[in-house]
Ligand binder design. Structure first.
Ligand code: CA
Length: 135
């Protein structure tokens, strides 16, 4: 099953069956991937972030350009002229409840602005956020 995150500056992602449980995602903090330097653009179809697939428009894989909330890397899903997205699949158990959490902020280079984020599971939206984030 595919789980996707689209739009916004996402600093890390976690999915667990209960708070305090291990993260079910591979590379949830986005720390493992291609060399980024300050940042690098990854095109649709890229697997440059280990465990993740770029699914919508190019994204920026961020290194030293913006501080990450966890570790040293994050993604800017709104780096191209339109909205980007990343996804990965993981096994689930029918009827089980899963907690999805992630850190979100504005790109400090563009300042506070609406930063919508959509979380989808198997193409169905489970969460929409459209608020303003402070960098
Ligand atoms: Ca990180």
């Amino acid at each position: 099953m595919s789980r996707g995150l689209m739009v916004g500056l996402v600093l890390g992602v976690m999915v667990g069956t209960a708070y305090g449980q291990p993260n079910l995602l591979t590379n949830g903090s986005l720390e493992v991937g291609v060399d980024v330097g300050t940042h690098v653009e990854l095109p649709v179809g890229s697997t440059g972030i280990s465990g993740w697939l770029v699914i919508v428009d190019p994204i920026d894989y961020i290194g030293t350009m913006i501080p990450a909330s966890d570790g040293n890397r994050c993604v800017d899903l709104n780096a191209s002229p339109s909205s980007g997205g990343i996804a990965q699949s993981f096994a689930t158990i029918p009827g089980e409840t899963y907690n999805v959490s992630f850190d979100l902020t504005s790109n400090e280079m563009t300042g506070p602005a609406a930063r919508p984020v959509r979380v989808q599971i198997d193409g169905g939206t489970i969460y929409d956020y459209s608020g303003v984030c402070q960098p």
